[in-house]
Design a protein around this ligand. Structure first.
Ligand SMILES: [Zn+2]
Length: 463
């Protein structure tokens, strides 16, 4: 059960060098120049290719209920699509329903993934309620390997919690070593603006963005970081979409505050112009925080380069255009929020980051694999190529040209946000714990082979 990947160029967050990689069982045994093949060993030729740690996407919503519907990818279709794009680990979200225990949500999401996932997966816990044992629940669920909790400052009628709850949750992580993730937008103010828009008959998809101003995001990021500072703990801001929000992270990090943040391909590459497409087309781009004016994009790319943003995740939350997005035909507030992207993250960031010179190859590996693994307690098992790491590897063809399209993608959704985008650089062969699961456009893995990842508390954000 040994495999040798020969003649490739190993690229990690630390270095780029010609090296072979030997895999024994599910783990990497060694990486070094010109390793001699052993009798009976499977040999993979990676000439002209990069050999990188598999991608780690720490923000996905598979099989996520929303009112009467569900995000259209489940753990099988979503993880298979992820693998095609070179991602070998995801961290999804279990949602605590108000008035229930976190363990119920944990059990529910473990059942969703079991028998379906094709790559390894972890879970964050979305906290909606800390009454009745919530703080003990946090400690309990950390012991299950759920070492991170997400709280919402938006969606007052479903997920939003007040500053007191946020502060209590943050303070609890000082004891249990978990990391708090914040969806930072001022939901109360946004709701007032939304109500005004609807009263004025403004119902088209573009009003989704026009009613959620960047300042409402910047304000909430500022508040989230301030609350974490008072509690004396690190904090992680999910899906930073605007320069207003980034400025707050930058200011905090410059003062030495352990504030971490992610952005997503859609904020780097799409804009409010897409939301304003004629007819109902804009509904394909209704996600939250909303797409911003193009002018925000250069700052986000610079933030990634300069480590003010540490992670690119997808916030993959697909809804079909025909029968799901259509629920909001006459009212933008009824359009299910979210878009598909789990398959395209590595392709898009490589093409628009590395090929354009905005990011080095090593920085690309850092923000798509190593940093998320570290911050979320999976490193060096994931996100690294060294003896003992899981053999989650992507053999990347830097010359492969690919046109992204709903006609050929593997996500279970009837459109692509990046339809017609041409990228150079794509995953050729993908290994998960030593098993080739994707090769030259064919899927060779099987549902249920993916394993639950118990993640460690006191991950990289604490160091
Ligand atoms: Zn999300």
């Amino acid at each position: 059960m040994s495999t040798l990947i020969q003649h490739g160029t190993v690229a990690t967050a630390r270095e780029t060098r010609p090296a072979d990689v030997r895999i024994e069982g599910e783990r990497i045994a060694e990486a070094g120049p010109a390793l001699p093949p052993r009798p009976g060993e499977t040999v993979i030729d990676a000439r002209g290719m990069y050999v990188m740690p598999g991608g780690v996407d720490v923000h996905t919503h598979l099989d996520m209920p929303l009112g009467d519907i569900c995000s259209s990818d489940d753990f099988e279709t979503g993880t298979r699509a992820a693998a095609f794009g070179g991602t070998t680990t995801i961290v999804d979200f279990a949602t605590q329903a108000r008035g229930t225990r976190m363990r119920d949500a944990f059990d529910t999401w473990m059942k969703k993934a079991e028998g379906r996932a094709t790559i390894d997966y972890g879970l964050h816990m979305i906290v909606t309620d800390l009454a009745g044992g919530g703080l003990e629940d946090m400690d309990d669920i950390v012991r299950e390997g759920v070492a991170s909790f997400k709280l919402f400052m938006a969606y007052p009628h479903s997920l939003m919690v007040d500053d007191g709850v946020i502060f209590k949750a943050l303070s609890q992580t000082a004891r249990n070593g978990a990391l708090v993730l914040m969806h930072a937008e001022n939901g109360s103010v946004i709701d007032v603006i939304v109500a005004r828009a609807l009263a004025e008959g403004r119902t088209a998809p573009v009003y989704h963005a026009l009613t959620r101003p960047p300042r409402a995001e910047g304000e909430a990021v500022h508040r989230a970081i301030a609350l974490a500072e008072i509690a004396g703990v690190p904090v992680y801001i999910v899906h930073v979409s605007s320069e207003d929000a980034l400025r707050q992270v930058r200011e905090a990090r410059d003062r030495g505050v352990p504030a971490f943040a992610e952005t997503c391909p859609q904020y780097l590459l799409l804009s409010i112009d897409d939301l304003a497409r004629p007819g109902f087309e804009g509904a394909k781009y209704v996600l939250t925080p909303p797409l911003r004016a193009k002018e925000h994009q250069p700052a986000l790319w610079e933030g990634l380069r300069d480590d003010y943003l540490q992670v690119v995740a997808t916030d993959h939350c697909p809804f079909c255009f025909k029968d799901q997005k259509a629920l909001g035909k006459d009212d933008f507030t009824k359009i299910p929020n979210g878009g598909p992207g789990i398959e395209n993250r590595m392709q898009l960031i490589y093409h628009h980051g590395v090929n354009t010179g905005r990011l080095t190859l090593n920085r690309f590996v850092e923000i798509t694999s190593a940093a998320p693994a570290r911050i979320f307690g999976m490193y060096p098992r994931k996100g690294e190529i060294m003896a003992g790491s899981d053999a989650d590897l992507v053999i990347w063809d830097p010359g492969a040209i690919h046109t992204i399209s709903a006609a050929t993608h593997h996500m279970r959704v009837d459109y692509s946000m990046f339809e017609g985008f041409e990228v150079r650089g794509n995953a050729r062969t993908v290994l998960s714990r030593g098993e080739v699961i994707v090769d030259a456009g064919r899927f060779l893995g099987s549902p249920g082979r993916g394993r639950y990842l118990k993640r460690a508390a006191h991950g990289g954000a604490w160091k």
